[in-house]
Design a protein around this ligand. Structure first.
Ligand code: URA
Length: 198
C-alpha cells in the first residue's frame, strides 16, 4: 500500500473508532450498534439519509430495512451498483422510536459525516429526504418543491430525492423518484464520463 493509501486507511480507522465510542449526545447510550456508513471509500456518488432505523440499529448497516430495500430497487433501476456508492446518515445512532433527529444531536454528529465526505471527496451528493437536504443543502429546503433540483456547492453537485420511507407511505411519489434517480445517473455520466461511477 502506498503512503497516501496508508494514511487514508489510518484516517478511516481513527474516524470510525472515534465514532463508535462517541458519547457526544445521549443516543450513544441507547443505540444497539453505531451505523457508521457503508460502501466504496472512493465513490463518486454519496447518499446521505437521516438516521438509522430499527433494522439498521440491529445490523449496524445503513438502509437495510424496508426503506433501504426500496432504495436498492431504484439503484438497480438506474444501473448504479450499491457497492460503488457510499451510503451514510446525518446521525450515526438511532433516535428512539424513529423520531426526527434533534438539532442538538445533528450538531453533535455532523462532524463525522463531514470527515467521511472529506475522505471520500464524492463528485455528486444525494440527500435522501428533507432532513438531510435541510442540513446539507439549505435550511429552508422544501422537498416537495425542490427534489431533483441541482445545487453546486464547493465543486460538488448536490440534489435531494424523496426519502424511500416517504415512497412507502405514498407510492405515487415513485414516479418522481425514478425521474430524479435517472437525473443522478445522468449527472454522474456528465461528470465522470462513460466510465460511470468508477
Ligand atoms: N432511514 C434513514 O434515513 N437511514 C437509514 O439508514 C435507514 C432508514
Amino acid at each position: 500500500m502506498n503512503e497516501q493509501a496508508l494514511s487514508a486507511e489510518q484516517a478511516w480507522e481513527s474516524l470510525e473508532s472515534r465514532c463508535r465510542a462517541c458519547t457526544a449526545c445521549p443516543l450513544g447510550a441507547s443505540k444497539t450498534n453505531t451505523v457508521f456508513g457503508t460502501g466504496s471509500r472512493t465513490a463518486r456518488l454519496m447518499f446521505v439519509g437521516e438516521a438509522p432505523g430499527e433494522q439498521e440499529d440491529r445490523t449496524g448497516i445503513p438502509f437495510v430495512g424496508k426503506a433501504g430495500q426500496l432504495l436498492d430497487k431504484f439503484l438497480f433501476a438506474v444501473d448504479i451498483p450499491r457497492e460503488d456508492v457510499y451510503i451514510a446518515n446525518i446521525l450515526k445512532c438511532r433516535p428512539p422510536n424513529n423520531r426526527d433527529p434533534d438539532p442538538a444531536e445533528e450538531d453533535a454528529c455532523i462532524g463525522y459525516l463531514r470527515e467521511q465526505f472529506r475522505l471520500i471527496r464524492p463528485k455528486v451528493l444525494v440527500c435522501l429526504g428533507r432532513i438531510s437536504a435541510m442540513r446539507l443543502i439549505k435550511p429552508d429546503f422544501r422537498i416537495t418543491r425542490e427534489h431533483g433540483h441541482w445545487f453546486l456547492k464547493g465543486g460538488v453537485w448536490m440534489t435531494a430525492v424523496y426519502h424511500p420511507a416517504a415512497l412507502l407511505r405514498d407510492p405515487a411519489k415513485k414516479e418522481d423518484m425514478l425521474r430524479d434517480m435517472m437525473a443522478v445517473k445522468e449527472k454522474l455520466r456528465e461528470i465522470v464520463g462513460n466510465a460511470e461511477n468508477e
